[in-house]
Design a protein around this ligand. Structure first.
Ligand code: HEC
Ligand code: HEC
Length: 404
């Protein structure tokens, strides 16, 4: 809009300048253009614990739980994934011919030693002649990566940025012997694909859908409530306040000030980590997964009668860089089961219009997962916003969403 009034050439050079600093800050170089930095960020995303073993091992004793009670079958059943590319040929063979037991916790320890369990980082040391899991930590990949199941269900090549919607983080944390029964009850109430990234700080229970970490380039409101202008804001929040990494996070808007340890293992990694995330594009829909003719009709509705493009605007399908929305404007509140408004627990008290690229990939929908499918999403809008869409129009809109 404002651009229309600037002469065309000036507008173009302004755009070029914007493109040159696509990570949102005008003085910094665009790290996404530096392959070495991006590679470093990938290693951090997949394998860095930021020293969070202090929490997962020293406080929660998860290494002991895993080594004594979590065989690979159990691990897969709570949604943990195995990176098939980290498995040497003899292990692949052993799994295939059954000589490697999937019902022995020793196999889990062996997989951790190979660095093959997505999002878990184990230190395995020889103690009295036996491989022993002495330390265990978590990485970003735990929740924001999955695998393509090309080897077996839960075992395959990594898909970074894809939310692990099979993962039951609450059930995993609840295995810790260090928690009270009341805490365990909360963790066990979340279910798979959900996690409450504020419960340990505000004591309120309202689990959030684990969102994708892809498709965020060019979006300068991060999280469903737009708490940060850059991904790095939230990366620091999670690394320190949720994973228990060594470093500090402070935001007076939410009254949070956490300092873990004296050796900051987070700050120096944030630029590379963010650069890697910015390279993760939303996945395109699989061939044949939607009806192109119906989707074309749906696009007309999306931009017209249904009013979706009023908020889901531009090529990212969001107005997030311009404004956020009041809880009264969204169709996902009130929260289910009498849970407190998620926005009320956030820094902005508002919601960000969700970007829609790759939306076919990551059901359920809305911050709280109240819509199981895209049909549910459109039906909810149709009723709550009195759009008056016919059944056929709803179906067309759904096909359009599947095409993004
Ligand atoms: C235990 C699961 C879990 C782990 C581990 C985790 N996250 Fe998240 N992540 C979440 C949840 C849940 C949200 C949704 C928070 C919200 O919207 O308020 C989220 C949100 C995000 C977002 C915002 C996405 C958006 O659409 O704006 C980014 C980026 C992100 N996480 C990156 C990371 C990084 C980087 C790490 C490692 C430092 C990490 N996460 C570790 C569960 C996790
Ligand atoms: C008033 C602004 C507004 C309008 C109009 C609007 N949306 Fe949304 N949309 C949002 C906000 C805000 C969210 C995030 C809500 C949440 O996280 O609970 C959202 C979330 C969604 C999601 C979930 C995405 C995800 O990642 O879970 C879909 C799909 C969606 N909208 C589609 C539509 C369609 C289709 C229409 C038109 C029928 C529409 N929206 C109209 C603001 C809007």
């Amino acid at each position: 809009m404002a651009l229309a009034r600037i002469p065309r050439l000036a507008a173009l050079s302004a755009l070029a300048a914007l493109a040159a600093c696509s990570n949102g800050s005008d003085s910094q170089p665009d790290l996404t253009q530096d392959p070495a930095v991006v590679e470093q960020g990938k290693q951090i995303f997949r394998f860095d614990t930021f020293g969070d073993e202090t929490f997962w091992t020293d406080t929660l004793h998860m290494n002991e739980v895993v080594a004594s009670a979590v065989d690979p079958t159990t691990a897969l059943s709570v949604g943990l994934k195995v990176d098939s590319e980290a498995l040497p040929a003899e292990v692949v063979q052993g799994i295939q011919n059954g000589s490697i037991s999937l019902t022995s916790p020793d196999t889990t320890v062996a997989l951790l030693k190979l660095n093959a369990v997505v999002g878990l980082k184990g230190t395995v040391e020889n103690v009295n002649g036996k491989d022993t899991l002495t330390h265990l930590g978590t990485t970003c990949a735990l929740c924001h990566s999955t695998v393509d199941n090309s080897f077996a269900p839960g075992i395959g090549k990594r898909l970074d940025g894809w939310p692990n919607d099979d993962l039951n983080p609450g059930a995993i944390i609840a295995l810790s012997p260090a928690l009270t029964p009341a805490q365990k009850a909360v963790y066990n109430s979340w279910g798979k694909g959900k996690y409450d990234p504020r419960f340990n700080l505000d004591g309120k229970n309202g689990p959030q859908v684990i969102p994708p970490a892809y498709g965020l380039a060019g979006i300068h409101k991060i999280t469903s409530t737009g708490d940060g202008d850059e991904i790095a804001y939230w990366n620091r929040y999670v690394a320190v306040t949720q994973m228990g990494g060594h470093g500090s996070f402070s935001d007076s808007r939410i009254g949070v000030n956490v300092v873990n340890g004296t050796d900051d293992q987070v700050t120096s990694k944030l630029p590379a980590l963010q650069a890697y995330q910015l390279t993760l594009a939303a996945p395109t829909p699989p061939a044949g997964s939607f009806d192109a003719t119906a989707a074309a009709r749906g696009k007309v509705l999306f931009e017209g009668k249904a009013g979706c493009a009023g908020c889901h605007s531009g090529d990212k399908f969001t107005d997030a860089n311009d404004r956020l929305h009041l809880p009264s404007e969204v169709v996902s509140e009130p929260e289910p089961n009498g849970e407190p408004s998620y926005a009320s627990r956030s820094a902005t008290k508002m919601y960000r219009t969700a970007p829609l690229k790759g939306v076919w990939q990551h059901a359920p929908y809305f911050h709280n997962g109240t819509a199981a499918t895209l049909d549910d999403v459109v039906n909810t809008y149709n009723v709550r916003k009195s759009l008056g869409l016919s059944g056929a129009e709803v179906a067309d809109l759904v096909q359009y969403l599947k095409s993004l």
